[in-house]
Design a protein around this ligand. Structure first.
Ligand SMILES: *Cc1c(COP(=O)(O)O)cnc(C)c1O
Length: 392
């Protein structure tokens, strides 16, 4: 696998353009072939029995999947990377890699809702104890440790509410009891935060979002550090996980432009977020890249950029009906789940049942926005139409 990107003299955009490609191995073509395959043939029985051949069966990889895994390995500074069929599938294989019956898992209260669902259903059924913690807990997490605490699932900023987490402090605490730290790093991507550099053992991305970047495929990635790689590789293989080559190709294609897109998402999101802060209808914009937001200092200390996803809260007293009128008046923003594609999206934030260790935020209704690659003036015009439709 690739050398740690930390030691690479090349810039991030350069590495994104070249990582995981070896044109000389494919007759000079810039991109690797999209290998549709199951069976791999062996030249003779001896080779088949000894396994002395690079590929044995396509479920365990082919030149297309290797290319994306190698590129991500370099980008994340990982010991190894495995692909999954969705972001949620990446989360499930990462958790199953670390946990056994009787183990105790700590999960951030701000976790992506399907992560919580996985913990509350499959993991509990397998005999894993789960507790949730305040995302701002930092070093205080050690107070929640039990003799059987085996893994800590983090995510920063948190889904829908955007709390930052002190990842280095959580890692330091976890090391004292030899627990694994996992991080859902979908928001920042390794372009803006490299979890493994901070001691995280398993760095997870919903590749569906910014890696694919065009809302046309689903993908998950797990990058492992040295303590977790063998477990991840073994569990991924045992579960028979595999991603179809056309989807891997879309991931590879998206990866090449990811930094360019992210820079534009960030620039536009900062413009729109600051503009929203000035609106009389808005009480708060939940975007750690904004000075004055609670997680801003952690974001500035640890992250090198911000993506295009944030939420804002309407002022107290705003009715749900007015918030719906705002959403229904948008024409550029689509109403749809997921994010990270080229287009702007909006959803109403609904947190009922999604928090158990921390109180639900008070105040007016909240809207999550993904700021796409459209012209920022048009994005603002669309949002203005939303405000105008709220009635009073
Ligand atoms: C969307 C998302 C996921 C899940 O990704 P899918 O590819 O949709 O399964 C996981 N984590 C976060 C933070 C997400 O936003």
């Amino acid at each position: 696998m690739s050398a740690s990107a930390k030691n690479s003299p090349q810039g991030l955009s350069t590495r994104l353009a070249h990582a995981g490609r070896s044109p000389e191995a494919h007759d000079g073509f810039v991109n690797p072939p999209v290998v549709h395959a199951s069976t791999v043939l062996f030249p003779d029985t001896e080779t088949m029995i000894t396994g002395k051949q690079k590929y044995h069966y396509a479920r365990r990889g082919n030149p297309t999947t290797d290319s994306l895994e190698d590129a991500l390995c370099e980008l994340e500074g990982a010991t190894g990377v495995k692909l999954a069929s969705s972001g949620l599938n990446a989360i499930s294989v990462a958790l199953l890699s670390c946990l056994s019956a009787g183990d105790h898992l700590l999960v951030t209260d701000s976790a992506y809702a399907p992560t919580r669902h996985l913990c509350e259903t499959t993991l509990r059924r397998l005999g894993i104890e789960v507790d949730y913690f305040d995302p701002t807990i930092g070093a205080g997490i050690s107070a929640l440790f039990r003799p059987n605490t085996r893994a800590i699932m983090t995510e920063a900023p948190g889904s829908l509410t955007f709390e930052m987490q002190d990842i280095p402090a959580i890692v330091a605490a976890a090391r004292t009891i030899d627990a694994f730290v996992l991080m859902d790093n979908t928001w920042a991507t390794p372009c803006f935060f490299r979890p493994l550099d901070h001691g995280v053992d398993l760095s997870i991305q919903a590749g569906t979002k910014y890696i694919v970047g065009h809302s046309d495929a689903m993908l998950g990635t797990v990058a492992a550090g040295p303590r977790a790689w063998d477990r991840l590789n073994e569990t991924h293989g045992a579960l028979g996980m595999h991603v179809a080559p056309d989807d891997v190709f879309l991931g590879l294609r998206g990866l090449r432009t990811m930094k360019v897109r992210l820079d534009r998402h960030m620039e536009s999101a900062l413009t729109v977020a600051s503009w929203l802060q000035q609106r009389p209808e808005v009480a708060r914009v939940r975007y750690p890249a904004l000075a004055g937001e609670p997680g801003h200092e952690l974001w500035r200390r640890d992250f090198t950029g911000a993506s295009g996803l944030f939420a804002f809260d309407f002022v107290e007293g705003t009715s749900d009906q007015a918030a719906r009128a705002f959403l229904d008046a948008l024409t550029l923003f689509g109403l749809g789940y997921s994010w990270g594609g080229f287009e702007s999206l909006a959803i109403p934030v609904r947190l009922k049942g999604a928090r158990s260790a921390t109180p639900l935020p008070e105040g007016g209704p909240s809207i999550r926005l993904h700021i796409g690659l459209e012209d920022v003036a048009d994005i603002q015009t669309d949002l203005e139409a939303g405000f105008a439709a709220m009635g009073g």
